[in-house]
Design a protein around this ligand. Structure first.
Ligand code: ZN
Length: 262
């Protein structure tokens, strides 16, 4: 396993995506110019930047940064693809087949365009239902059907899974492996190689949201696990709040706390 920082994006906020209409929560969307500046800074600092699919098995000693997107927002195609392609970079896009084609989300033509550009199309579950809310049989179906539908659309094997909302039921990683996934990427902040053993836990990822600056993300990339300590602490506090309040009450509390009224 290489030493990697896995970054998690959602929407990219820019003029093309706004014209097309996009679905991502603005709190989780970063501005297109900032995304471009971040890619440039990561490459300039000597990191190997790309898709987890392509870099997972490459351990040549260079520090890696994986660029991943969750939810299949329309802006992934309109804004992220041109910025990645202009730099010769690849990324992983974790999508939900049941949401493909809905307003604000990628449609299948868009999914195929991403795949044709060499991007990595991966599973975020079939419906975006939190995996902790599913019966074992329904969970298995989410993993199996989403993988099959994405592979059918793109003609490329799906090897990665990212659970919606970072909710990880017991036994998810071994189940994903038996269904043909190579790795599960979660939402707990951390550096990939520092999490030992990788076996039963999802690989860590760090969410990049609107207020994060290029400088902050660069500090995570160069500072490793110690630079992520406050994010891990914050994540654990929020996880406890989810457990205490339950998912529905937690979402209402979060919306109020952010002042979005959503
Ligand atoms: Zn999601």
């Amino acid at each position: 396993m290489p030493c990697a920082l896995a970054l998690m994006f959602h929407g990219i906020d820019g003029p093309r995506a706004r014209a097309a209409g996009y679905a991502a929560d603005p709190h989780y969307s970063i501005e297109a110019g900032r995304f471009a500046a971040l890619l440039d800074a990561l490459v300039a600092s000597g990191h190997r930047v790309g898709a987890a699919r392509d870099l997972l098995d490459m351990d040549d000693g260079l520090p890696q940064v994986w660029i991943t997107f969750d939810d299949g927002d329309a802006s992934n195609l309109e804004e992220a693809l041109p910025l990645l392609a202009a730099r010769g970079l690849k990324a992983d896009f974790f999508i939900n087949p049941a949401r493909v084609g809905r307003p604000g989300f990628l449609d299948w033509a868009g999914v195929r365009r991403l795949a044709a550009a060499g991007m990595s199309l991966q599973s975020h579950g079939q419906t975006h239902t939190y995996f902790t809310h599913l019966t074992p049989a329904a969970l298995r179906e989410e993993l199996r059907v989403s993988k099959a539908q994405i592979e059918q659309a793109t003609g490329v094997p799906v090897s990665l899974l990212a659970p919606p909302g970072g909710r990880v039921p017991r036994g998810l990683v071994p189940l994903a492996r038996t269904l043909g996934y190579r790795a599960v990427l979660g939402s707990c902040p951390g550096m990939v190689r520092s999490e030992a053993p990788a076996g039963e836990q999802p690989l860590p990822r760090v969410a990049v949201i609107r207020h994060h600056t290029v400088g902050e993300v660069m500090r995570w990339a160069t500072g490793g696990q110690p630079a992520l300590r406050h994010l891990r602490w914050r994540y654990r506090v929020l996880e406890s709040a989810k457990t205490l309040l339950g998912d529905a009450r937690y979402e209402r509390w979060r919306a109020r706390a952010l002042g979005s009224g959503a």
